[in-house]
Design a binder for this molecule. Sequence first.
Ligand SMILES: [Mg+2]
Length: 316
Amino acid sequence: MFVLHADADAFFASVEQRDDPRLRGRPVIVGGGVVLAASYEAKAFGIRTAMGGRQARRLCPDAVVVRPRFSAYTEASRAMFAVFEDTSPVVEGLSIDEAFLDVRGMERIAGTPAQIAVRLRAAVRERVGLAVTVGVARTKFLAKVASGVAKPDGLLVVPPDCELAFLHPLPVECVWGVGPATARRLQAWHVRTVGELAALSESTLVAMLGQASGRHLHALARNRDFRRVEPGRRRGSIGSQRALGRGRHSPAAVDATLVGIVDRIARRLRAAGRIGRTVVLRPSSARRAPTRCRSPPRTRRRSSSRRARSSRPRPR
Ligand SMILES: [Mg+2]
């Protein structure tokens, strides 16, 4: 099996640069209050997605700040997915600008996975006017890692006999499920690379990180990932998180952070053209505050037992 992971580079910012030639080659920030996207020229100044607008302008006073144009992004996404679907019959969208493509069994009609990837990149460039980076590997996990390494405007094929040689020198943060908190915990155990993670036994990792996370990381560090590319599947949820840091926080400060998170999620929903019903609030702290989950009753009639079930906190 060979999987392509195709991911547009700095998607929103690239659409802005595509549509306004004056923005090309310049640091561009999409969104004023919170950075929704930054062009590679802006990223070179240390500007990152979800950073506060003021901090971003301090890092790069010359950056051009543009208002997001979600309809343009949705349109570009549609055009890009049309190219994906012309490339392979099995496309799984991950977000507005990212998808997995299953290309196994296509050798005779379309060439090797690498040839398919080269053509895919050229077609997106020609038909949509955007740069898309493609990672090619035997597993979804590794294909996504490869595209992350190859960014921007790159193509990286990981041959089956080079998988662990490629994966093991990379930082643990490239593994799905390793966020800043897990990375810090692993670092305390002197685990910085995927290879160092792979050297630990599953039971050690489970003791360190809990059952689900320990097993998950143990498998991925060895490139064990049996998930198939599932066409038509869309992301089940859209979320956002924010680290508050140590110390006490006033209710007003927590409230302001929450409002910021809600704002970001609402923008992502609009960008993806999605609506949602259930809100999950998952505080993550040393004291493990409980996760809250609320769904408003559906507008159509539903059995009350179902409603009761959906408003119960989800087990962690
Ligand atoms: Mg992207």
